[in-house]
Design a protein around this ligand. Structure first.
Ligand code: GAL
Length: 701
């Protein structure tokens, strides 16, 4: 296996497994058994329950009915359905928010978020910790002993809906966090640059998260610390929950949470608090009316592939806790079209292709009341048979075929990775110089990799990341790490010395870990790695937008922000700028470091720029494929399989071809492979139906 398993924990299922989200509390108990029976007929073996059910367990303060789910659990046990049980902290009950308003989150002006939505609490209120821990402890004691409980989901979608916290307890906890981190006010004042605009603190009590400020602005270094603090607070809140459950876990029960959202360091949560991560996958947001959709034919549907690559960087093999199975719609927003025939299956296979071994559909039945009244599940309001349930039967048959070929546990394969880290993600969210640039470049590389059918990973730095961890990749793209510490630059040098190649873009290395710009030559610690000095730089205005670079006579876009370069020791000029006041000045420099290379490109990476790098560096697509249309995605999973009793091993490869359009598409193969979804051998010109999927398998020694 490629990755150190301890750091990248996985969901170790023996088979690709289907599940659904079920809400016994929404339905008359006379429906329960019939629902579970029908689930089984459609291949569903697992349900997730109870994530919003605090009221059922504690209808009034201190009055417990912990066994409220017992009658349901008994039926689930009889029907042989496995259960993922949840802690219900995402929706505190009305009696609590009324009596203890200190548990509520607030906006920066201090206005409390009141009852009526969800996730309106904060992670730091002592009272919320006390009430949550008390309930979770009781739930763990009670429900861990069920033989069909396979694991726990903590809370629901941590930091979804809101990823900022300004309750009174948050200000206080932030103050303590800053005290522990900086120890003295002098140190804090220095690191936070408070001399500027007379922000110097003279007493710890003066320290707050952002409050009502003019134009909503705040000291940028404090804002970066605030994000680190929110991640820490979320970590501590989930750790408190996991600690309350862990002593009672039985028979390999796991602890996870669902979704990835801003201001959370998931690489720390897994493995320290969670056994693995699960993701909530709603591809229709790429089509939806109000969620920033991609344009028709413009990698539609692939937002999910982008996100799933991120999920994989946390847990290489994971589960989908919520997979879209109907159109979305809240009473006031997010209205989406119905998945077309075939799309539900396509989206399921997309998740599986990217490393999901569990697919839990959201939700079994559409709820006829509440905020999510228009958010459809597998069953409609009527509970009558429908097209989506029919499609689920096909999906179930597909999973049987995948299981026959032993897919579960196979890891996605990629020789190239985009390197990311939370310091730059979070500082970049505030820094308008490189934050938007980083987003655009990420999109440029994503499009280029997708359209060239080159599998890639995101790799997130962990505290303990070493050059050895990085060596699984031939090329690392680190687009715009404004914050690049000496320690990380040293790890990259080691990686390069061993033959690795790193590509940096403009704005690299000009900040320190507090987001300040120290007095030193740019690009900081990347300078020596690439033999480069940045002697001038500029944001490109509307008149500069067609800026380009000439590399071996070829034009390359160098959009959005230009670093104008000069070579230092070992630096070799590969390309020069055209079209601006720095016409003819170096734009691309590389350096040989040990057996590897460092490239510095003085621009952002549009798809065009990324394409040129892909070509010049000879980055490769998956084997045996020729002429794959852009509308078809290719994803490769592989695993080592013992084929004979004598211990002979082979690597089995599973190549998924996903057609995201309604029209039939064709690819060309240059050897015979087995399509395990259609149970046929294919070679040469291979057709993929509209919204169709193929999974081609081959083995190698
Ligand atoms: C998810 C959430 C579910 C449900 C779903 C559809 O974000 O976890 O509880 O709300 O979206 O809106």
């Amino acid at each position: 296996m490629r990755i150190n398993e301890e750091k990248n924990k996985c969901w170790n299922l023996e088979n690709i497994t289907l599940g659904t989200c079920y809400y016994p509390e929404h339905w008359d108990s006379t429906l329960w058994r019939d629902d579970l029976k029908r689930m089984k007929e459609h291949g569903i073996q697992v349900i997730r329950i109870a994530e919003f059910a605090w009221n059922k367990f504690e209808p009034r303060e201190g009055e417990f009915n912990i066994g409220w789910f017992d009658p349901f659990m008994k039926i689930a046990e009889e029907e042989n359905i496995s259960v993922i049980f949840c802690t219900p902290t995402a929706t505190p009950p009305a009696w609590m928010t009324e009596k203890y308003p200190e548990i509520l989150n607030a906006d920066a002006q201090g206005n409390l978020y009141r009852h009526g939505m969800r996730r309106h609490y904060n992670y730091t209120s002592g009272k919320y910790w006390e009430l949550s821990r008390r309930l979770i402890h009781k739930l763990a004691v009670h429900y861990c002993s069920y033989s069909n409980v396979i694991g726990w989901q903590l809370d629901n979608e941590i930091n979804c809906e809101i990823a900022e916290f300004y309750g009174e307890s948050d200000h206080k906890a932030f103050r303590n966090y800053m005290k522990v981190k900086f120890e003295t006010l002098d140190n804090l004042n220095d690191k936070m640059g408070t001399t500027f605009w007379n922000q110097t603190y003279t007493d710890w009590e003066e320290i707050h998260l952002r409050r009502h400020t003019l134009r909503g602005f705040n000291n940028p270094h404090m804002e970066l610390e605030a994000k680190r603090f929110i991640s820490y607070a979320a970590y501590m809140f989930l750790k408190m929950q996991a600690d309350a459950i862990r002593p009672y876990l039985k028979n390999g029960q796991f602890i996870t949470t669902n979704g990835i959202f801003p201001n959370v360091d998931y690489q720390k949560l897994v493995p320290e608090v969670l056994d693995f991560i699960t993701y909530d996958n709603y591809p229709n947001f790429s089509y939806g009316l109000d969620a920033n959709p991609r344009k028709e034919g413009d990698l539609k549907d692939r937002n999910s592939s982008f996100n799933l690559a991120r999920v994989r960087s946390i847990s290489p093999v994971f589960g989908i806790m919520e997979q879209q199975s109907g159109p979305g719609g809240w009473n006031q927003s997010m209205l989406q079209p119905m998945p077309k025939p075939g799309q539900m299956r396509l989206w399921t296979m997309q998740a599986i292709a990217h490393g999901a071994d569990y697919i839990g559909y959201f939700r079994w039945r559409t709820c006829g009341y509440g905020t999510e009244i228009y958010w459809h599940g597998l069953n409609d309001y009527s509970n009558e048979p429908n097209r989506r349930l029919e499609e689920l039967k096909f999906i179930y048959e597909d999973t049987k075929r995948l299981n026959k070929a032993d897919l579960a546990g196979a890891r996605c394969q990629a020789r190239y990775a985009v390197l990311r880290d939370y310091d730059n993600d979070w500082d970049g969210a505030e820094d308008k110089m490189y934050g938007p640039l980083a987003d655009k470049s990420m999109d440029g590389w994503f499009r280029a990799f997708q359209n060239n059918h080159i599998p890639f990973d995101f790799y997130y730095w962990r505290d303990e990341t070493s050059a050895k961890d990085l060596e699984q990749y031939d090329v690392l793209i680190y687009p715009h790490p404004a914050i690049l510490t000496k320690e990380r630059a040293d790890i990259l040098r080691e990686y390069m010395e061993e033959g690795g190649c790193v590509i940096f873009g403009s704005r690299t290395g000009y900040k320190d870990e507090y987001g300040r710009c120290p007095m030193r030559p740019m690009p900081g610690f990347a300078g020596e790695l690439c033999g480069v000095h940045v002697k001038d730089y500029t944001l490109l205005g509307p008149d500069d937008d067609m800026e380009y670079v000439v590399w071996d006579g070829e034009s390359v876009e160098a959009l959005w922000f230009n670093d104008i370069l000069e070579p230092t020791e070992g630096g070799e000029i590969l390309g020069v700028f055209k079209n601006n006041y720095y016409d003819g000045e170096p734009a691309l420099i590389r350096k040989h470091v040990g057996n590897g290379w460092g490239y510095y490109f003085g621009g952002g990476f549009s798809e065009n720029a990324a394409n040129v790098f892909i070509r010049k560096l000879g980055m490769k697509s998956v084997p045996y494929l020729k002429n794959v249309p852009k509308e078809v995605e290719t994803v490769l999973r592989s695993k080592t399989i013992m084929i004979q009793k004598d211990g002979t091993e082979v690597v089995r490869n599973y190549l998924f071809l996903l057609n995201y359009t309604k029209e039939e598409k064709q690819v060309e193969l240059d050897r015979e492979l087995e399509d395990i979804l259609h149970d046929e051998k294919v070679n040469g010109c291979v057709k993929i139906n509209g919204y169709g999927v193929r999974c081609l398998v081959w083995e190698e020694m």
